[in-house]
Ligand binder design. Structure first.
Ligand code: KIV
Length: 263
């Protein structure tokens, strides 16, 4: 097992696992200083491509963005989402996961649970492809965004799902929008780390979509904390640039190029 993955597993019950998403080198280079895990999420469909769902993002889209992200990542664990439709059976999953691993040099892939694809996780793990699971609100398989695991019956079903994912060999599981009580139960009952999004502080770690926490995406459900309103800061800069260009205040003599210089 990859040393970075062993370190993530060891953090359970010791220190919280910090994770964020990235789709490009400029962001991943900053995240790498602070995050244990950088995820190239298929949330890029909504955030970058302005699509309504994550369903149409392609394997090639994911690979291209991961190649960019990888350039900024040295120490964090780089995990890549397998897009919808790329892991429908063992053969397809193995072929596509191998392609992601080989072309991007990432550390692991993440697949969303449809409550039946435990055999696919096992197949990938048996082929030395580390897998992160994902349960609760799984956008590739669910139509409606809602809190998961609120009743005793649903909590039991989610716990069973988490245990089967652990048994299949996943090294961690994302818990998305799962009630605090159920997140606590799952985190206590499984031996691999849980990474929560909208699932309370009982999880072993947290993940957010970076564009949400930076105030760039326009998507701010209750579980997102906006740490900065980067949209306002960018707008201010763009407005100033516009004025300066119009008033011929930019470029100044000091911005003129007298020779060629590499960037
Ligand atoms: O695609 C994504 O960004 C994700 C996170 C929300 C966990 O799967």
């Amino acid at each position: 097992m990859n040393k970075k993955i062993r370190n993530i597993i060891r953090k359970k019950n010791k220190s919280k696992i910090v994770s964020l998403t990235a789709y490009s080198k400029s962001i991943s280079k900053i995240l790498d200083k602070y995050c244990d895990i950088v995820l190239v999420g298929d949330s890029m469909a909504n955030v970058l491509y302005g699509l309504k769902s994550t369903h149409t993002i392609s394997l090639e889209n994911i690979i291209q963005h991961t190649q960019s992200v990888k350039k900024g990542v040295k120490k964090s664990l780089l995990v890549v989402d397998m897009p919808k439709g790329t892991y429908t059976n063992k053969t397809t999953a193995k072929k596509n996961a191998k392609k992601i691993m080989k072309t991007t040099n990432c550390d692991a892939v993440k697949i969303e649970s449809n409550k039946k694809n435990f055999g696919i996780i096992k197949e990938l793990v048996n082929n030395k492809i580390p897998v992160m699971g994902h349960i609760g609100y799984t956008p590739q398989f669910k139509k409606r965004f809602k809190i998961e695991g609120e009743t005793f019956f649903k909590a039991k079903k989610l716990l069973k799902e988490a245990l089967l994912i652990e048994k299949a060999g996943a090294f961690s599981i994302v818990l998305e929008c799962i009630s605090p009580k159920t997140s606590k139960l799952i985190t206590e009952k499984i031996s691999i780390p849980t990474i929560g999004i909208g699932s309370s502080s009982y999880c072993d770690g947290q993940i957010l979509v970076t564009d949400d926490m930076l105030g760039l995406s326009g998507f701010y459900p209750k579980f997102v904390k906006k740490y900065v309103s980067l949209n306002r800061i960018i707008e201010k800069a763009v407005k100033k640039y516009t004025t300066e260009v119009k008033l011929e205040k930019f470029p100044k003599k000091k911005n003129f190029l007298y020779g060629t210089r590499n960037r």
